[in-house]
Ligand binder design. Sequence first.
Ligand code: FES
Ligand SMILES: [Fe+2]
Length: 350
Amino acid sequence: MPPTFDPTLPLEQAHTIPAAWYFDPALAERERAIVFAGWQCVARTDQLQSAGSYVTADVAGEPIVILRDEAGTLRAFHNVCRHRAAVVVPGACGTVDRLRCRYHGWTYDLQGRLRGLPEFDGICDFRREDNGLIPLAVELFGPTVWVHPGQPAQILREFLSPLTDRGGDLARFAFAARREYPVACNWKAYVDNYLDGGYHINTVHPTLAGVLDYSQYRTELFAHASLQVSPLVADDGATAGTRSGREAQYWWVYPNFMINIYEGVMDTNLVLPDGPDRCRVIFDFYFTGQDGDYIRKSIEVADAVQVEDGDICAEVQRGLRSRTYDTGRYGRREAGVYHFHRLLWGDLAR
Ligand code: FES
Ligand SMILES: [Fe+2]
C-alpha cells in the first residue's frame, strides 16, 4: 500500500489516493476480486415480472443469471455449468421454462436443480443433487435488483441504509429508458467526479448550475453511502422544467451505484469498470407517469450533463498519467470523495 494515502487524517490534511491507482492493472484486478465482491445492482424488477423471465449479468467477471421461478420466487445463480463451466444461459434477457446448457445439453430447472444429464449413468460418486447451479443472495430495493456474490455480512436494506428510508418509496417510479455511456477513464475517476460536493457544477454544467442552489449544496456521509442534497431554485427554462421540486438528492452507494432523485424523476447510474482506463456507465431513467414529451426532454437534459461529465473525466484520466501528478488535495466540499477513498482503502488494505 503506498504510504501517501493516510485515511486517518482529517480532510484538511489528507491527500488523495495515488494516481497509479487509476491505471494500474494489478490494482484493477484486486478491485475486481475485493471491491466488486459485495452487493451489486444487476437488474430491474420490470425485467423479471413473469415466471421464467431472466436477466444475465457480469459482476466483475462473474457470469450471473437472475430469474423468476414458476412459484414467483426471484432467484440468482452463478451462470456456470457444473459440467465443464460453459455459460448456461447466453444473451441478455428472455423467458425460459428450464435452463439448458448448449455445450453438452445438461438441463437445470428454474430452482437451479440439475434435471437432465445425458450419458452419465454409471459414473461413480456423482450425485445429481450436488450438481445444481450455485445460488447467490438476491434482494430488491425499489425497482432495482441486487445480488451478492459472496457471504453478505449485511442484508441489502442495512447495506444501503439510510437510502432505504430517506430516499422515499422508490417503487412509485416506473422504468422508461436506458442509455449506456462508455467513458475513457478509470471507474474511480467517474465516481470521484460524482462525489465532489457540487465543486464542478458551475464550471462544467452551466445548465444544471441554474437550478441548483450551490450555496446550500451539502454532503452527508454514511457507512457505505453518501448523499448530496441541493435545494432547487426556480427553473429558468434551461432544463425545460424537468428538474423541479424542493430539492435534488444525489445518492451514492459504495462502490459504483448512484441514484439521482428530483420531483417525479429518478435515474440510476451503474459504473462498470472496463479495464484500468475505461468504464461504462449505465443510466436507467424512471418517471411517475409524465407524458412522452416530458420524458424525452428530461432524458436530453441528463444526456447533456453526462456528456459534460464524460469529457472532463477523460481529460482527468489523461492527466493522472502525467509523470508530474501523484496525489492531490481535497477541497472542503469534497468530503464525499475522501469518504469513497477511505472505504476503498479499507477494502484494499484488508
Ligand atoms: S458444459 Fe454444460 S453440459 Fe457440458
Ligand atoms: Fe457532473
